[in-house]
Design a protein around this ligand. Structure first.
Ligand code: ADP
Length: 589
């Protein structure tokens, strides 16, 4: 949940508190507090900077709406750097760039308003706080996304001493920035909404078919059979809040079966997993990058060589097991090209910068077999400027349509992601427009859930809201005459319940009433389906199919579940289910 600091009821931007003047050196040590504002990722960040003479003494947050997990190191570590260097000209926290920039801009704004020339501080050699060079644990988990946290929680609950090491300054990985939706057939919201007929079998079949039957049937069955239990575990044990009156039907699914966490993002999932892990006293070390697996002379994995804060080599010894949960390789263009030259620099990615395939590379060096590496998925509807996934466009799951520059539909909007992406790339300019109205938004509620994205897209002229179709189409120079014909057909198909053109499996929704929203979008690399071969106990297998002793894996870096194409809402089900299995299995060693 996003934490909001209370709005400051002070109209004056500048608050001046004079606490004293002059010191024994003749320098002024006058204390004053000045407010400043900067644009963060989710709106303005307001700070109050306290100065003593020419030095910054303190920075307090007055108002902000940033991602709770990603902003944590900004408001702690970046603040300390500013205080120690007496300057806001410092490096941003990687992985939290937009929040860092907003925070620094706010501090700079306050400095400028104060009129103070800050005293230069002697540059001190960069000092890294040290941790023990050699650390002993029962289970070492590498990567702090949903899979890593689930594994760590289960293993610690089973009595093991567990550490999670995470290379970025913040936890969460792609899980944090995802929509957080989770497929679970037979779930409690389906019951409440009267959705009947869904089953483990139907979910299994959709997932197998969605991946062109390339997933391992045994593993997909485990996914399907455990999906509901994994969702209940998140709800009851981890206390993740899911909406109790709304579900998504992602492309390729036969039913509305995806639970939606409050806020429609993975922030709810990760912040609750983190709380649970902390309450169990799992050690969590950020800024700690695993570089290499340690193996004994029989090949058993006994630990991890890592680097703490880019400087200090640290060895984590694992008495029982190392669990790799480092995610996919969507942000590693070289690795993408190595396995599928199609996905080169032309494609942006929806992924976090830590998604570079490290676990796959480390395990391969230790003898692990890889599978399905060429299967790379693009998300069809992403921001054409940044490549970031458009969660606002989740209206597609409730009836929004996709059109091209010519104003025509060209694909079933609930098709698989790969099919839609290919169809988009074949259109004029290689992009699409998504169109919906308020009737659809009333079901999806994405405008409310993703207000910041909405405002950003409007500002960047990638989204228009207009009362009439003509006006909306005109904004993007879309062929109006064709568009009108398209909408007439959609309205007729919505009434008859029969989409004669593309057989929309969710049923089209009438677009008779404005206002209309049209958003421009492109496909962006989103998920890498390939990776390590694991068995039902999440043991990592070598080329002969034998387990590599001491090595386990779960989540996006495994390659045996999603086949050639992952269906929407299946990542969270996968990472929680197999993350927990990894934790339970290693917990019993
Ligand atoms: P999953 O969905 O499989 O749980 P995520 O992408 O959510 O995967 O999380 C993977 C996490 O692993 C990310 O936070 C990423 O920064 C982290 N990670 C990747 N490589 C390393 C590494 N070499 N050492 C430590 N952490 C890593």
């Amino acid at each position: 949940m996003k934490k909001k600091f209370g709005k400051v009821a002070i109209a004056l931007a500048t608050l001046l508190v004079i606490a004293g003047c002059g010191n024994s050196n003749g320098q002024s040590n006058e204390s004053k507090t000045v407010e400043g504002t900067g644009a963060g990722k989710h709106g303005d960040i307001k700070v109050a900077v306290t100065f003593a003479g020419e030095k910054i003494k303190d920075i307090k947050i007055k108002d902000q709406k940033e991602n709770e997990v990603l902003s944590e190191p900004v408001y702690k570590e970046l603040k300390n750097t500013i205080l120690s260097q007496n300057s806001a000209d410092v490096d941003v926290i990687s992985g939290s760039t937009a929040t860092s920039e907003g925070y620094l801009a706010a501090v700079k704004d306050a400095i400028e308003k104060s009129g103070i020339t800050l005293a230069a501080v002697k540059a001190s050699a960069k000092k890294t706080d040290k941790i023990a060079d050699k650390q002993e644990y029962d289970v070492v988990v590498v990567g702090s996304g949903g899979a890593g946290f689930s594994a760590a929680i289960e293993a610690q609950e089973a009595g093991k001493k567990v550490v999670i090491i995470e290379k970025m300054p913040t936890v969460g990985g792609n899980t944090l920035i995802s929509g957080g939706e989770m497929n679970a057939p037979g779930n409690w919201v389906q019951k409440k909404l009267g959705i009947k007929g869904d089953s483990v079998e139907s979910y299994y079949e959709d997932t197998m078919k969605g991946g062109d039957n390339l997933g391992d049937p045994k593993m997909v069955r485990i996914l399907a059979e455990n999906a509901l239990n994994s969702a209940e575990w998140l709800k009851d044990e981890v206390k993740v809040d899911f909406l109790d009156d709304q579900l998504f039907q992602f492309g390729g699914h036969s039913y509305k079966r995806a639970l939606i966490p409050v806020g429609h993002t993975g922030q709810e999932v990760i912040s609750k997993l983190k709380k649970k892990a902390e309450s169990l006293k799992v050690d969590i070390l950020v800024d700690t990058k695993a570089d290499e697996l340690i193996q004994d002379d029989k090949g058993k994995v006994t630990g991890v060589k890592a680097t703490y804060k880019e400087e200090q080599p640290v060895e984590f010894h694992a008495k029982d097991a190392v669990v790799l949960t480092t995610g996919g390789f969507g942000s590693n263009v070289e690795m993408r090209k190595e396995y599928n030259p199609e996905y080169d620099e032309r494609y942006m990615s929806t992924d976090t910068e830590g998604t570079t395939g490290d676990g796959i590379v480390m395990a391969e060096k230790a003898g692990a077999a890889l599978t399905n590496m060429e299967s790379i998925q693009t998300y069809p509807v992403a921001n054409p400027k940044t490549g970031v996934i458009s969660l606002l466009a989740d209206t597609r799951f409730d009836g929004a349509i996709l059109i091209n520059q010519e104003g025509q539909r060209f694909v079933e909007e609930l098709e698989r992601r790969d099919v839609i992406s290919k169809a988009i790339l074949a259109q004029t300019g290689g992009y699409t427009y998504q169109l919906w109205n308020d009737d659809i938004d009333a079901i999806s509620k994405t405008k409310e859930a993703h207000e910041d994205e909405y405002n950003e897209l409007i500002k960047d002229k990638l989204l228009v809201k207009a009362d009439t179709l003509e006006e909306a189409a005109d904004f993007f120079d879309i062929n109006v005459a064709n568009l009108k014909k398209t909408i007439e057909k959609v309205n007729a198909y919505a009434k008859s319940g029969d989409d004669k053109d593309f057989h929309h499996r969710g049923g089209l929704v009438s677009l008779e009433k404005g206002p209309y929203y049209i958003e421009k979008a492109i496909p962006s690399v989103h998920h890498t389906m390939g990776g390590l071969v694991i068995n039902e106990n999440t043991e990592v297998l070598d080329a002969k199919g034998n387990p590599i002793k001491g090595l386990y894996a779960a989540g996006e870096l495994t390659g045996v579940i999603q086949g050639s194409n992952r269906l929407g809402g299946n990542a969270i089900t996968d990472i929680i289910t197999f993350g927990r299995i990894a934790g339970k299995t290693t917990g019993e060693l």
